[in-house]
Design a protein around this ligand. Structure first.
Ligand SMILES: [Zn+2]
Length: 194
């Protein structure tokens, strides 16, 4: 948790420095700058709130691999990190809709939340890689790039329970470190209240 706080504070620091630069050069972006600065304040408040969040069962996601968030040539694995792809020679920008935790292919992968696993999920049309869906009180997530244990499909799992074995997504995307992608589909705000 200390790592998370540290990363969070560093991130906010970088954004603040960026704002100073923007402020110098783009006076017309005041409205946007104001919004981002406001968001930074909210994020800092959220980090302070993490002290309480260190107690279990607060509805926060567990780390599925025990390793850090990905940051490599393929991008940054934080939730909301900036991504782009080129479609019909147009650059489309979007926010990373999940969190990527570095993994060692073949390692055990833990459930980020407790809940039912209704089915296997496939990240691609072919069956090269797999994952699963977890529906719990705290939310609904898809976890990708792991081989789920088939006997757990249709069953309830606890947060942190081993649910499968990590695959090697760097075989498909050579510029990324092997990782588990957790896509957050829904989150119940009530799960943050003790
Ligand atoms: Zn991802």
């Amino acid at each position: 948790m200390e790592d998370v706080k540290h990363e969070f504070r560093n991130f906010v620091q970088i954004v603040r420095q960026l704002l100073v630069t923007l402020d110098k050069h783009f006076l017309e972006s005041q409205a946007v700058i104001g919004k981002i600065a406001n968001r930074c304040g909210q994020m800092e408040d959220a980090v302070d709130g993490l002290n309480i969040a260190e107690s279990p069962n607060l509805g926060l996601m567990a780390n599925p691999t025990g390793l850090e968030i990905r940051n490599d040539a393929g991008g940054d694995g934080h939730y909301g990190a900036s991504r782009k792809k080129i479609i019909n020679s147009k650059t489309i920008r979007y926010a990373h809709p999940g969190e990527d935790r570095v993994c060692k292919p073949g390692q055990e992968v833990a459930a980020v939340i407790g809940g039912i696993i209704p089915r296997i999920a496939r990240p691609y049309l072919n069956k090269d890689f797999s994952g699963l869906l977890i529906v719990g009180k705290s939310g609904k997530v898809k976890m990708f790039y792991l081989e789920p244990f088939p006997e757990l499909i249709g069953k309830h799992v606890e947060q942190g329970q081993v649910i499968g074995i990590a695959q090697d997504i760097s075989k498909k995307y050579p510029d990324v470190i092997p990782h588990i992608h957790t896509q957050i589909l829904e989150w119940n705000p009530g799960s943050l209240i003790i």
